[in-house]
Design a protein around this ligand. Sequence first.
Ligand code: MG
Ligand code: MG
Length: 251
Amino acid sequence: MIPIKTESEIDVMAQGGAVLATILRACAALAAPGVTLLDIDATARALCKKYGVEPAFLGYRPDGASHPYPAAVCASLNDVVVHGVPYHRQLRSGDVLKIDMGVIYQGLYTDSATTVAIGPVAPLTRRLIASTRSALEAGIAATKVGGHVGDIGYAVERQARKDGFFVLRGLTGHGVGYELHEDPVIFNYGKRHAGPVLKEGMVIAIEPMLAVSSPDIVQNDDESYSSADGSMTAHFEHTIALTSHGRRVLT
Ligand code: MG
Ligand code: MG
């Protein structure tokens, strides 16, 4: 069952999403050599307080997780693509940091992620980050009322392939709003005109996760996920609503 949000709920999600975007931008701006992953998490928590939103990941326990999530952001470095738990590690020039965050505002969830290059990074890494951003844009452009969920994954993977990179299998986007993760599952690959039909009032998180040279993932001891071959990864995510006026990026 894919939940349908009212226009006024989507307006509230847009307000929460705007705050989330502000917090993510601040965290990304802070990310520099010498700053720790814990500093970034502390900033995210402080800004949640300042702006009157709740961090959605803190205390979140998905099915199969061994314990509740202990931080406001996921901070995933280099080959780690998602669910990296912030720790005392200092950022270094050449690192690639993925910051993923959700907030709850007036009971409604939004979800977004960005990738930050720390200092100068290799040209291949720069291309990977640009390709992942383009894949998100392609996925958003393929999101329309009357279209299919498969159109989104098709567009995402087409961009990744065109650029010579790999969509990481087994990690997906999702519906979002009343909960952090709702139906439908948004794969980063797919067939056009396949899967559920996109309808007005649906809100989804599209989140391409790409790697340089592997489509496979491995799970680490802290429950984060890495590319199986250790190659560099990138991740971008937005929350998007389907409205009577077309698609609306909320984050
Ligand atoms: Mg996210
Ligand atoms: Mg998400």
